[in-house]
Design a protein around this ligand. Structure first.
Ligand code: HEC
Length: 420
């Protein structure tokens, strides 16, 4: 097992795309002062749940078929409609993963859950605003008080090479043979909102409607056929011809959930990267003035300026849309940053809903001040940098109005812009 991990970790370390932070996504020393990643007890959704289990306030029920999965999803309020299925043998429990037995992932704004039918552990990643991604496994054995165990093993892949140099989350497109083994390195790529849909989802099942994508392509033949007929495996609703769908707690591998995950995983990495780097800069130099290009890159991502446009409208399982928008904070006109567009772009209003996440507010004060100032300048049209010129005036105005009404922790000058 460890051999496999070492092998895959070296694969994960290949520098495929490093442009994100304009040369500043080198690994950070997060185990040293002032971060101390491994020595710090995380303050995340899993630590909170563990405390309730230990105190007896919460009891995770055991399910004969799915083990702790249903109880964990319920306790963490993770919707089953977020189910996504990956069949490439690219993660920890690779032995158990195949096109016949795909790994399922589920998520909400704060946690990600991995479950492979028949595998010995569930994998969980969470978000600690000060540490970045945190990683746990939970043994799938019926015990009185189940324990989430933090694991350094996870860092061989999640430790920074693929996640902006800090512990974090990632999604990749990996073409595989019929068994789910990686076929060719050349076509492996990281996926985030900037990746064209046509280049996404090799190694994944995908249900829903859209233009061509590489999901549902199992083996060389399918991959070769994609080049001639890119629609052959797009627009799939039912996966029963691929594997026994009753192995999973929900049906399908929702296209919209995948797109949200891809936005979110990378956005969380950005929060953590900026926060960790800023705290290190403060400790070393007493200021964050060297972080200009990082701030710009962060804001371009937050505001979707480089999002790959959708060539045709996308639609998935309406239950996911319903569950995702259930927690929307709306302004007096009924608008929310969680509203989907899905016609030409992912969201109706181009500013990440994660701006409400504790990980945003927890960023070190000096860097948060710079970000909020610049964000305000962009939204009010004062910022003339061409990186942001593409954002239409109507979108800036809408995002500004929504934030003013719904985001409580904004500096005073946002509400009295003339006096600034
Ligand atoms: C061998 C490399 C590898 C190791 C080790 C690994 N993972 Fe992952 N992990 C991946 C890959 C690759 C993905 C992207 C989806 C996929 O291909 O399965 C992923 C995705 C995930 C996700 C989905 C969201 C996210 O955070 O990216 C979770 C949750 C996760 N892993 C948890 C864990 C946990 C917990 C451990 C340790 C107990 C772990 N992983 C160890 C490779 C690894």
């Amino acid at each position: 097992m460890h051999l496999h991990i070492a092998l895959l970790a070296s694969l994960a370390a290949l520098p495929l795309f490093a442009e994100d932070f304009q040369g500043s996504d080198h690994p950070l020393e997060y185990d040293h002062d002032p971060i101390k990643y491994s020595d710090t007890q995380p303050a995340d959704a899993i630590a909170a749940l563990q405390q309730k289990i230990t105190s007896g306030e919460v009891k995770l029920g055991w399910d004969e078929k799915f083990g702790y999965l249903p109880a964990v999803l319920d306790a963490l309020k993770v919707p089953r409609s977020s189910q996504m299925l990956v069949f490439s043998k690219t993660s920890l429990q690779r032995k158990h993963i195949s096109p016949d037995n795909p790994r399922a992932l589920y998520f909400n704004d704060d946690v990600y859950i991995g479950y492979v039918p028949g595998a010995p552990v569930m994998e969980i990643s969470a978000v600690d605003p000060n540490l970045g991604g945190t990683f746990y496994f939970l043994e799938l054995e019926n015990v009185r008080k189940p324990k989430f165990v933090r694991s350094a093993d996870c860092l061989s892949c999640h430790g920074g090479q693929r996640s902006l140099g800090i512990p974090g989350h990632f999604v990749r497109s990996v073409p595989t043979d019929k068994a789910g083994e990686l076929l060719t390195l050349e076509e492996v790529r990281d996926i985030n909102q900037c990746t064209p849909v046509a280049d996404r989802w090799a190694g994944w099942y995908v249900t829903g409607n859209s233009g061509p994508h590489r999901g549902n392509l199992v083996g060389e033949k399918d991959l070769a056929h994609y080049k001639e007929d890119p629609f052959a495996k797009a627009n799939v609703r039912d996966l029963s011809s691929y594997f026994d769908e009753s192995k999973h707690i929900a049906k399908g591998s929702d296209i919209v959930a995948l797109m949200v995950l891809e936005h979110q995983a990378h956005m969380h990495n950005y929060f953590a990267r900026l926060n960790i780097e800023a705290r290190q800069m403060m400790a070393a130099y007493g200021h964050v003035r060297y972080m200009r290009s990082q701030v710009n890159a962060f804001l371009r991502y937050l505001l979707f300026t480089e999002e790959s446009p959708l060539p045709v409208p996308v639609s998935g399982n309406p239950d996911f849309v319903k569950d995702f928008t259930a927690s929307a904070v709306r302004d007096s006109k009924g608008r929310s940053l969680r509203d989907f567009d899905l016609k030409t772009r992912m969201f109706k209003y181009p500013c990440s809903y994660l701006i409400y996440n504790p990980a945003f507010d927890a960023m070190a004060a000096p860097i948060k001040e710079v970000i909020l100032q610049k964000l305000h300048d962009i939204l009010t049209g004062r910022e003339t940098d061409e990186q942001f010129a593409k954002i239409p005036a109507g979108d800036r105005k809408a995002v500004l109005e929504i934030l003013l009404e719904t985001k409580k922790t904004l500096p005073d000058y946002w509400r009295a812009p003339q006096q600034k």
